[in-house]
Design a protein around this ligand. Sequence first.
Ligand code: ADP
Length: 250
Amino acid sequence: MEFIDVEKRFGDNVVLQDLNFSVAPGERVTLIGPSGSGKTTILRLIMTLESLTDGYICVHGRPLTHEKRGDKRVALPKKQVRSNTKRIGMVFQHFNLFPNMTVAENIIEAPIHVLGMSKADALEKARALLKRVGLADKENEHPTKLSGGQQQRVAIARALAMDPEVLLLDEVTSALDPELVDDVLGVLREIAETTDITMLIVTHEMQFARDVSQRVMMFSDGQIIEDGPPDEIFTRPQHERTAKFLSAVL
Ligand code: ADP
């Protein structure tokens, strides 16, 4: 994945400017940095929940929403953008499950409507995923009947049901009671160990970041101020702002 000269403004507020970085296929990268430094915005741009105000994002070699033609920056047709985002999954802080659907219905929705899977195949896959996230017996429950940790594991299963090439995790444990955090992180660790999904992770769980990611990027005011293996960043931060941030969260 490449961010090329990315700019994102909300009105006059320039959140990201001249942002350039690449993430290799299969790489797992944790984004850290103070609140307001632009981490969530980066994930939302990749998910196309926000639109770029300038620059380009490519995912696995394909331009996501805009491409360069000669000197021009051209927006891609909506249909192409939708197709480009099919294999990008996101798990949110607040789960964002459909409350009026059962757990299984939440998971099979996109595979049926976006990938054109048969209901039987989608359901079979959903059951296997529910087993994988430790919720085999919850297929017919409504999300509101589940704990936050269980809802989050359903959200992870829902993202995996689309066979994502890229998985975006936005503070997925921040809204959970402390005793539920480990179950969710355990599921994510298993996914990290057993798949080659590219993962971009925004989290304050530094031990988790250390365990699953090969790389940590530290953001400050929309810029990457440090970028390296977790062991280096966490034990020998080069930048004063990184050291200060880490001493506050560790
Ligand atoms: P982080 O995830 O690092 O806490 P965010 O990406 O959430 O940072 O926010 C970065 C900046 O963008 C903040 O100044 C925030 O107020 C602003 N911002 C984020 N989303 C919106 C929005 N939808 N409308 C206006 N400003 C926004």
